[in-house]
Design a protein around this ligand. Structure first.
Ligand SMILES: Nc1ncnc2c1ncn2[C@@H]1O[C@H](COP(=O)(O)OP(=O)(O)OP(=O)(O)O)[C@@H](O)[C@H]1O
Length: 416
């Protein structure tokens, strides 16, 4: 199969003058039209073959033998970008094109496929020339005033921005290999949240970079435990958070089934940076003669925050290189995360966190550039996004110093 080359007009810089010039222009236009026809018919043929090889077809048994039916192509638009309208076959849905989309795009000579629903039966498939997530994009110096406002999570392949309110009842799981951009993503997330009056950023960070130093003068700092020198302090902090959660659950007002975050009872974002590393470090701690080990205490506290925290306005943000059940406190703990992001990870890790739906992307995502993540969330199709980049670590420290909350304006009425 020869490569599909999108027809391009020859641009004449000078306006044709005289009969010979007119003739040349006319001939060039006819050649262009013939090229367009040839390209369009080849594109239809290659699309048909791609559908056949990716299973987007029906096999019909007729007297003359087995025939293959593929989705009918309506209009082809040269663009750029090239797009084609396609009629769905009986029983087909636009989602069926998502998994094989990239293979179809590669077969047609593009990088990716954007799927747009035109009507119940018709789709537009847009062939993307380059990876729309290829270029980094900066995080503007913005903060939210409340956890109910939407944080900028990233940009999807169709260029639209994706938001998430921390007050939404979802715990967040972030996995990625070294250097894949997960810390930078959390810098961007926390920097946006630092000034919210109804949010407390708490948690444990053995690296002491995401939490800790940068938060020095803010009121979040006293709820953050960092470093590896005093590992018991991490367990004590998590247990203190569980105690606060229990207090809130005990005092939920009559006829309410959850705590509504205010400046007096802020949404507590419990950040667990490099959680498997914390468990590994805690495992080397001497076991007490009686009672629970340090690892058991940390795992139990995390599990309680994950399973009961949502109603008490607690959200957990856990980071790990790999979200293996054994590394993050068990399969039940892992199941509690509704919003899941994977930066560059091996294909099996991607499937482990996002399920079989992510399998077709596994190989490609294993080589993803820093800042590109695969995201799944309730009520959303799984998708690739590019997260915003805040810049250097120094810039993160500057933003926290500039915006980090140092005092709360308590709304007395809401507090009562
Ligand atoms: N969104 C992004 N856009 C562009 N470049 C990025 C982005 N995020 C990270 N990078 C680049 O990748 C580098 C590594 O990112 P980061 O430190 O966040 O990785 P990590 O996954 O946290 O790694 P580690 O586990 O080693 O801490 C950054 O120093 C930066 O150069």
């Amino acid at each position: 199969m020869s490569e599909l080359v999108r027809p391009r007009r020859h641009h004449h810089t000078a306006r044709p003058s005289g009969f010979m010039a007119w003739l040349r222009a006319r001939r060039s236009e006819l050649e262009y039209q013939a090229w367009v026809e040839e390209f369009t018919s080849q594109l239809r043929g290659v699309f048909r073959e791609a559908c056949q090889f990716t299973g987007l077809c029906h096999y019909i048994s007729a007297a003359a033998g087995l025939t293959v039916r593929t989705p009918r192509v309506g209009n082809v638009v040269l663009g750029p970008p090239v797009s084609l309208t396609v009629e769905l076959m009986p029983g087909q849905e636009p989602e069926d094109f998502r998994a094989p989309g990239q293979r179809i795009a590669h077969t047609l000579g593009g990088h990716g496929l954007r799927i747009e629903r035109l009507s119940t039966r018709w789709l537009r498939l847009v062939l993307l020339d380059a990876d729309p997530l290829g270029d980094p994009f900066p995080l503007p110096d913005v903060v939210v005033a409340s956890g109910r406002e939407s944080l900028l999570l990233g940009r999807g392949e169709d260029g639209t921005s994706l938001g998430h309110g921390i007050a939404d009842a979802a715990h967040i799981a972030v996995q990625g290999q070294n250097g894949s951009g997960k810390s930078a993503f959390c810098y961007a997330l926390l920097a946006q949240l630092a000034a919210a009056d109804d949010v407390l950023i708490a948690g444990s960070d053995i690296t002491g970079l995401l939490l800790g130093r940068a938060w020095g003068d803010t009121l979040h700092r006293e709820w953050q435990t960092v470093g590896t020198r005093d590992l018991e302090a991490h367990a004590l902090m998590l247990e203190a958070l569980v105690a606060e959660m229990d207090r809130r659950l005990d005092t939920i007002p009559q006829r309410c089934d959850k705590v509504t975050a205010t400046s007096a009872t802020p949404t507590v974002l419990v950040v667990l940076e490099e959680f498997p590393g914390l468990l590994r470090a805690a495992a080397s701690h001497p076991k007490p003669k009686s009672g629970k080990s340090l690892v058991e205490r940390i795992v139990l506290a995390q599990l309680r925050l994950l399973s009961e925290g949502r109603k008490a306005a607690f959200r957990v943000l856990t980071l790990a290189q790999r979200f293996e059940a054994t590394a993050v406190g068990g399969g039940y703990a892992r199941d509690q995360f509704a919003l899941r992001l994977s930066f560059r990870v091996p294909a099996d890790s991607l499937v482990m966190l996002h399920g079989d739906e992510a399998r077709p992307l596994g190989q490609e995502h294993a080589g993803a550039a820093p800042g590109i993540a695969y995201l799944s969330a309730p009520g959303r199709d799984c998708e690739r996004i590019r997260v915003p980049y805040l810049g250097s670590y120094g810039e993160y420290c500057d933003r926290i110093a500039r915006h980090g909350l140092t005092a709360r304006v308590v709304d007395e009425e809401a507090a009562a």
